[in-house]
Write a protein that binds this ligand. Structure first.
Ligand code: UT7
Length: 319
């Protein structure tokens, strides 16, 4: 028992923040950000909540799939930056959609969409569900330190979703991995107010060893694509589209060069979204689908990587 993707959808906040906007309050420039990352602007929440974006993306995916919320048996949301620590972001999505199925979150940072997809695949395999909604929703603007030019310029907000149905041959291959290393990319939890807590309470903002994550990212893409090919018994050249995590254009081009794949097959969305953590992969996938570039019968490889250090990858034959 496998899965098939019935429909996809995505949503971004209205406000676009350009590199020049950032250089008004940070010691940075459009030149530095564009050449080092490939990012020109990112969408940042102003009046929208993350719930709003997650629900919009879900509604678009449901519409594309021709599925109504009451037909869902499962909602899994991947997020590390939800509007709620309790309950799960997925519960807020369920409430707003009017769904009454089990709903919970998974946390696997930028690899979260593929981990969530794998959870849904497990529910299908155990006969627990016929239709599932997988949503990735991230409000990175609440996690970054807006005085740290080395990190805040990289990230943005957004959500993307996929409605899945049970059955079929997908995924042709799945590769999930963790190289545990917490401090390399870290957001400490909230401090709380316990009078018994004598531990240090660092601010809940994102810190990152950029160069180490860069190298990890290139390796993660290359090794997981190779693992997918081996598992599915397909050659690299047979894959029609690659949807990699959108962290840095230089990570994408390094991976393209190392794998020796056709650059035109690699989806790009980051120039106007920045890094939206786990929402990057489903958002780029949604754009590929809606632009008509992803055709039935084609093979598409998805790879997410990030904090953890987690990597999630899968190979789908588009139906
Ligand atoms: O979702 C996964 C998460 N993240 C990633 O995948 C990110 C992976 N890493 C990267 O994309 C890159 O490492 C960065 C974009 C974060 C940094 O690029 P880099 O080429 O590795 O630059 P660097 O950190 O080595 O910094 C080079 C210089 C430094 O100045 P000095 O020490 O040479 O004087 C930084 O202070 O660039 C400076 N710098 C900036 N200058 C202008 C760092 N950020 C900025 C900035 N504007 N925004």
């Amino acid at each position: 028992m496998g899965l098939h993707v019935l429909g996809t959808g995505s949503a971004l906040p209205a406000r676009s923040v350009t590199n020049d906007d950032l250089s008004e309050f940070l010691d940075t420039s459009d030149e530095w950000i564009s050449t080092r990352t490939g990012i020109s602007s990112r969408r940042i929440c102003t009046d929208e909540t993350l719930d709003d974006l997650a629900v919009q993306a879900s509604e678009r995916a449901l519409e594309a799939a021709g599925v109504t919320p009451d037909q869902l048996d499962l909602i899994v949301c991947s997020t590390t930056s939800g509007d709620h620590l309790i309950p799960a972001e997925a519960c807020a999505i369920a409430e707003r959609l009017g769904a009454s199925c089990p709903a919970f979150d998974v946390s696997a940072a930028c690899a979260g969409f593929i981990f969530a997809l794998d959870v849904a695949d497990g529910w299908f395999a155990r006969g627990r569900a016929e239709r599932a909604l997988v949503v990735s929703a991230e409000k990175m603007s609440r996690l970054v330190d807006w005085s740290d030019r080395a990190t805040c310029v990289l990230f943005g907000d957004g959500a993307a979703a996929a409605v899945l149905g049970a059955g079929g041959e997908n995924p042709l291959a799945t590769h999930l991995a963790t190289e545990p290393a917490v401090d390399i990319l870290h957001v400490p939890g909230i401090g709380g107010s316990s009078p018994y807590d004598g531990s240090e309470r660092p601010a809940s903002v994102l810190t990152m060893e950029g160069r180490r994550v860069f190298k990890f990212g290139v390796n993660a893409i290359c090794s997981s694509v190779e693992a997918l090919c081996e598992q599915a018994g397909v050659s690299l050249g047979e894959i029609d589209h690659f949807v990699f995590h959108q962290a840095n254009e230089r990570i994408l081009s390094s991976a393209v060069a190392r794998l020796g794949i056709d650059d035109a097959k690699v989806a790009r969305a980051l120039a106007e979204t920045g890094n939206i953590s786990s929402a990057c992969v489903p958002l780029a996938l949604d754009r590929l689908v809606r632009s008509g570039q992803l055709e039935p019968g084609q093979l598409v490889a998805l790879v997410g990587f990030g904090a953890g250090l987690d990597t999630g990858a899968c190979l789908l034959r588009w139906e």
